[in-house]
Design a protein around this ligand. Structure first.
Ligand SMILES: [Zn+2]
Length: 85
């Protein structure tokens, strides 16, 4: 209780699809937004992903299939490449 989840770029990406879906607790949402506000790299990735999801949704009129979303996120995570120490 009361433990704030530490948001890194990696954990941001892990939670990003849930964030876009709006399917996360308020507290986590606030943490992700705080990370976005100070991390331009994640902001760019978030913005691109959100637009992609919105395009899919407007064409299909229903949510992006999970496997498409996973592939998209996998591609984004590959962009981050090597883990930071
Ligand atoms: Zn970041």
């Amino acid at each position: 209780m009361g433990v704030k989840k530490k948001i890194t770029c990696k954990s941001f990406l892990d939670d990003m699809s849930n964030y876009i879906d709006g399917d996360i607790p308020q507290e986590l949402r606030a943490s992700l937004e705080a990370h976005l506000a100070k991390c331009p790299e994640c902001w760019v990735l978030f913005d691109e992903t959100k637009q992609t999801v919105e395009i899919f949704q407007s064409y299909n009129c229903h949510p992006l299939p999970v496997d498409v979303k996973d592939r998209l996120l996998g591609a984004l995570q590959n962009q981050w490449g090597e883990p930071k120490k």
